[in-house]
Design a protein. Structure first.
Lengths: 399, 399
């Protein structure tokens, strides 16, 4: 009669660990998200083992809750982002996205080749240096109430470009393994599909909502606008995976569409408790994937340090060059905003392990690098953002 | 890079099916929950097969989301329930709880014995007639804005008593299988543990919160009161399973404790979006467990009808007799409020199947009976509640 006891314990532990970690981080003047990731590392398999590797594998309840958490996070970020504002920063965001992919890919493949990988394998390793995970940066920007700054718009726009390019790059790199070539026409179809999806959904959806959002209140259910946009969020998150994009891109689009409705303010308030319950699962699960045992040697630590420095510098340089037209300080904020690889790097590393390109150690190092970039960014970003007032005339206070 | 695609599709389908089902039900002047359960039946394995039996097995992501949904539902019901109000109806609730267990257990075991079961097996079958699932009734009462009525307080109090007794009864019945006796002293320990848990947590927690709830705002995290009570909800849900009780009993206690805080009103508003996102999973998953194939014969349908009528009548009579002191109309509302067996009956049936007491057909019939009582109750309850104003001086409007 009383099943589900174990999973309730796990949910409780994860949720409480996130709160304690977040509180400690904030007392230390760090962004709360750093504490949540650290809490995951502490209660995860590497240290306390209160959550096991089986519990955070793909498709497990914790993994799905984490996925829902990050989907809702990007949805809420979209809710605070107007399409018009993104369009204004379109050119800069495009440059940041492109250079933020090319520089890490170049530096990553040179490093990998220098460390004894064949060129085709080096390109796979380099792919793990590429994809920015928007979740970490989005959370920091939201925590610091900075989503209305120009730099934030550039980062969010660039994250969309980044995800498209990273997807294409990964497709090319995977097809090249074993010395095979790749199919350019197929690649162009994939590219056109992804861009078409984003354009049709983003532009079309925003136009429909701006034109009339009264129909959201037609259903009899109380809070029907929330129900409809949540359905939209889940639906677009799914659809974007069909086009080869990350689920969070679809969720971000759904939020951006919902930001054009006249219920936007209510929706923003209603989304807050959903984030409060579910995003801790994402950050704790992310942190729990750090495998400290594989890194417990001087060699491994040295390699990790080098890889992490390359990963941070290359992304910073790419983003900085792309946004230099906004001034050096803004360019630095944007460059750092693109640094976190987070769960995207973890997923590419898993693909590499499955494909036999990575051994266990390089896998652990790439995973640790992805998570270190996620840990390092929030404090730096917070410090940079606090140093200057916004370039915008006024920050809108969040409620 | 783009995992979790399948599960996102399932989440989308379940969520949208719940909204459509709820909307149709409400247009037909039925409670929305009926439509959500029916939607689960339609998209479940019996009809469309968009969700498979593997996807709703214990411990799967959908099952866990359903569990979180019903836990949050009972938490929110607790948030609208003051301990003082429950105490006022304590005696009636106790009588309703006890008679609501004894009458179905008696009638169920007589029916099972009359249908060829040995007495020890008959008692197991009868145990599946016993346990009320508070989730369905709670949702109807909440939908109809009737949680402040005296009848609602009695039903909620009785549901707690019911769960304690059902747990004890199941313990006895399981230990008696194979002709073994049972250990009375062990039983008394279990009883004392469950009552002690509820008393200490309920009385102690409410007292702490009434005395001072300012500390909920001490943490730096925004919305810290919500975070703390959500942690309390998950923690008590887990703890109550350790004492052999349903997770929803602990969640209800957590809500009741939180209702004594001065942040109660804010918490109530913040809980709403959580219910909106997560309770649909509970009702759709519940509905998807109806196996129409096993019931597709005249014999099976006849047996199902008889079993369902006994299940409804016995609970109605027990609850009615227990609350007759409140007048016949209130007693009828309370009696019907106790009728739904919902997921609790399903779980007992699964135990019976695993223990070899039930064959596939009797299993399917007990499951269908549990779900039918859950389907039949909401419209009747809605009709009964709308027929009379509350016995209370004034219903508090919900915001």
């Amino acid at each position: 009669m009383h099943h589900a006891s174990d999973i309730l314990f796990t949910l409780f532990i994860v949720f409480v660990a996130a709160q304690i970690g977040g509180e400690i981080a904030q007392r230390l003047k760090l962004p709360g998200v750093v504490g949540e990731i650290a809490a995951g590392c502490v209660i995860g398999p590497s240290l306390l083992g209160w959550i096991t590797p089986e519990q955070i594998a793909t498709g497990t309840p914790l993994d799905v809750l984490a996925e829902i958490g990050v989907v809702l996070l990007l949805f809420s970020v979209g809710l605070e982002t107007r399409l018009e504002d993104l369009k204004k920063v379109g050119k800069v965001a495009f440059l940041v996205g492109v250079l933020g992919v090319l520089v890490p890919f170049g530096m990553g493949s040179v490093w990998a080749h220098g460390n004894g990988f064949d060129w085709d394998k080096s390109l796979f390793v380099a792919a793990a240096f590429v994809a920015t995970s928007a979740g970490i940066t989005a959370r920091v920007l939201q925590e610091l109430n900075a989503l209305q700054r120009t730099e934030s718009k550039v980062i969010l726009g660039a994250a969309v470009i980044d995800d498209i390019l990273a997807m294409l790059l990964l497709g090319v790199v995977v097809s090249m393994q074993g010395g095979g070539g790749f199919d350019l026409s197929h690649l162009l179809v994939v590219l056109a599909g992804a861009i078409g999806f984003i354009a049709v959904v983003g532009l079309g959806g925003a136009r429909v909502m701006r034109w009339n959002s009264g129909w959201l209140e037609k259903p009899l259910a109380p809070h029907s606008p929330l129900m409809i946009v949540l359905a939209l969020c889940l639906g677009l998150a799914y659809l974007s995976t069909l086009f080869g994009l990350a689920a969070i891109i679809g969720a971000f689009l759904a939020g951006m569409i919902a930001s054009e409705t006249r219920q936007q303010h209510t929706l923003e308030k209603q989304t807050m408790p959903l984030l409060a319950l579910l995003t801790p699962f994402f950050f704790v699960v992310t942190g729990s994937k750090i495998d400290l045992h594989e890194l417990a040697s001087a060699d491994a630590l040295l390699m990790l340090t080098v890889v992490t420095v390359i990963a941070i510098l290359s992304k910073l340089i790419g983003g900085w060059l792309g946004s230099l037209s906004l001034g050096k300080h803004s360019a630095t904020i944007i460059g750092f905003g693109m640094v976190p690889r987070g769960e995207v790097g973890v997923v590419i590393a898993s693909l590499g392990l499955a494909a036999g390109v990575f051994n266990n150690r390089i896998y652990a190092i790439i995973v640790a690098m992805s998570l270190l970039t996620a840990m390092v960014t929030p404090p730096v970003l917070a410090w940079l953002l606090k140093r200057t007032a916004s370039a915008e005339p006024a920050d809108q206070p969040r409620i």
